[in-house]
Write a protein that binds this ligand. Structure first.
Ligand code: CTP
Length: 394
């Protein structure tokens, strides 16, 4: 059930209803009276294919609020105005939306949206604190940024639809074997400095690491993503540690490895770094036409981390290969003591570096090579999490 209250952010709720519907949800939209001033029920009907509801006393029957509440697996209120939050905090049931919320036992995702002054008001803060303290309510946002026209910018802006979809997914996904588990993911490239302005790096975009972190988080895990530089947005609930060099990545991973129930090593770690970082910019006028840089081996992060992980935990490595994929992946599985390894071929279309899609072969100690078709990195991450979930806890 998607509850829409009367705020300017309601225009984004049509997108939200559409995204949830496209993901396979059956979305019943309930608008408050005020919401209808901002967006018409017809807009929601157009994207959900279902009637949008507004009246407590209507032809749908006097017990509509009970049916709606009972049938909902998850309630999402977006935008949640200061008025809705006040009514929800005090358990009021004064219109179709609030009666349905009271009649339902389903978890509620709340996306507050209001002017920054209203958000800062002590009463609003107290009401929100009350919802935050309830295990039933899961808050997403508000974000800080541009508010309605003429109101400048500040905290109070509704979370974007993608973030709200993720929050709903997290609520619906909790309860599996990964729920509450600690999952560590490495992702992205590393950058190894050569001098103050240059580094050695690689073409990894960090997309696979973020997809893995998101998939684990959607299944209810407590996720730490240790990533090299990436422009890919990470869900709010994921703890992100941003690093540059392999040695920084190693320190960040080792700080959390011992407590992890699962670790997935998707980072494209530079195997070597310049042995000496030049204190000043290397100048062509001084170096001349040829320059030799001596490289030193970096630590093997995955191997060190796996050695510290507790019994019953699951480790997953990646192997990027140009030839002999399965044989080499098997070799790395054994050498680094992984439970599973995900092999991908460098240089194939639509896969590996920079792409949104990947084509991988997964194998493990107890798993014969399983070749997956070309699919989105998120879908690959989801498949990997299926295998991790089956194995976590031994
Ligand atoms: N890895 C790591 N630290 C490194 C190198 C690799 O944690 N210094 C991890 C990667 O994240 C991946 C796995 O180890 O999960 C295999 O990485 P890959 O670069 O394919 O293998 P290498 O061990 O570097 O072997 P080679 O260079 O011989 O292919």
């Amino acid at each position: 059930m998607l509850g829409v209250c009367g705020g300017i952010a309601a225009y984004k709720s049509v997108q939200l209803a559409r995204d949830l519907t496209l993901l396979g949800a059956t979305v019943d939209v309930v608008l408050t009276g005020a919401a209808r001033n901002f967006v018409a029920p017809l807009s929601f009907e157009g994207v959900t294919g279902r009637g949008a509801l507004t009246d407590l006393f209507s032809v749908e029957g006097a017990a509509l609020h009970v049916t709606l509440g009972r049938e909902a697996d998850c309630v999402c209120i977006a935008p949640a105005t200061a008025d809705f939050i006040a009514r929800a905090a005090s358990g009021r049931a004064s219109d179709l939306l609030t009666t349905a919320v009271v009649a339902s036992g389903a978890p509620v995702v709340v996306a507050p949206a209001m002017n920054d002054g209203m958000f800062a008001h002590p009463r609003t803060r107290a009401n929100l604190a009350r919802l935050d303290a309830s295990p039933r309510y899961h808050r997403v946002g508000p974000a800080t940024g541009l508010l309605a026209a003429g109101e400048g910018s500040g905290p109070g802006r509704m979370a974007e639809p993608d973030g709200i979809v993720d929050a709903v997914g997290r609520v619906l996904g909790a309860g599996g074997a990964l729920s509450g588990a600690r999952v560590v993911v490495t992702g992205g490239p590393t950058r190894e400095p050569l001098d103050p302005v240059r580094y050695l790096g690689n073409r990894s975009s960090g997309k696979m690491g973020v997809a893995l972190a998101r998939a684990a988080w959607l299944r209810g895990a407590e996720v730490t993503l240790v990533t090299g530089p990436t422009a890919v947005p990470v869900p709010d609930g994921v703890d992100v540690v941003r690093v540059e060099t392999a040695r920084e990545m190693r320190d960040a991973v080792l700080a959390v490895a011992a407590d992890a129930d699962a670790a997935i090593f998707a980072a494209a770690v530079a195997d070597y770094r310049p042995g000496a970082v030049q204190p000043g910019k290397i100048k062509r006028s001084e170096a001349g036409n040829s320059l030799t840089v001596e490289l030193t081996a970096n630590p093997d992060i995955a191997a060190e981390a796996v050695a510290r992980m507790k019994a019953g935990s699951v480790s997953v490595g990646f192997a990027l290969e140009t030839d002999d994929l399965v044989a080499r992946a098997k070799g790395k599985l054994a050498a680094k003591d992984f439970d599973l390894i995900v092999g991908n071929r460098a240089g194939q279309d639509g896969a590996a570096f920079e792409a949104d899609t990947n084509r991988v072969t997964i194998l493990g100690r107890d798993l014969e090579p399983r070749e997956l078709p070309l699919m989105s990195k998120f879908a690959v991450a989801w498949e990997i999490m299926d295998l991790v979930e089956e194995r976590v806890g031994g």
